[in-house]
Design a protein around this ligand. Structure first.
Ligand code: ZN
Length: 147
């Protein structure tokens, strides 16, 4: 099995069985995201403990890549600090848009998102949850759109 197959399997797995799917009661922060290019919608809920992201959950409907990306993100960021979450945002943005980008963080399964780079039209599907995360951390009330 080569790396591409492995990445595809991770995306398929997280789309079929999204982790941390559902509403988070009593969330400390919340944001909605919409990608009109594909029709992906998601709502992200955060439970914060000071600087730390104690819990993350998401709900929504979207294509396989948008769901898998949100699932991978919530799994990877649970227990991380706000500062670390922002660093992951920057890292994933670079991973999705810069060919040959060499990660500076331990990405684990998030590395599977690098496969999306080959499909520029899907980059916004993969980045939607990350923009929504930024909005939730900023506590912006307005829904975000990738447009
Ligand atoms: Zn999509």
């Amino acid at each position: 099995m080569d790396l591409k197959d492995l990445y595809r399997d991770v995306i398929i797995d997280h789309n079929r069985q999204p982790r941390n799917f559902g509403r988070l009661e009593g969330a400390d922060a919340h944001a909605e995201g919409f990608n009109p290019l594909c029709g992906d919608r998601l709502e992200l809920f955060l439970a914060l403990d000071g600087e730390r992201l104690k819990d993350l959950k998401f709900e929504g409907k979207g294509c396989a890549i948008s769901v898998a990306s949100a699932s991978l993100m919530t799994e990877a960021l649970k227990g991380k600090t706000r500062t670390e979450a922002r660093r992951y945002f920057d890292e994933i943005h670079a991973l999705l848009t810069q060919p040959g980008h060499v990660p500076t963080l331990e990405l684990g399964k998030l590395a599977a998102l690098s496969g999306v780079r080959e499909f520029p039209v899907r980059v916004k599907c993969a980045s939607l949850c990350w923009h929504t995360l930024n909005a939730a951390l900023d506590q912006q009330g307005a829904p975000v759109s990738t447009e």
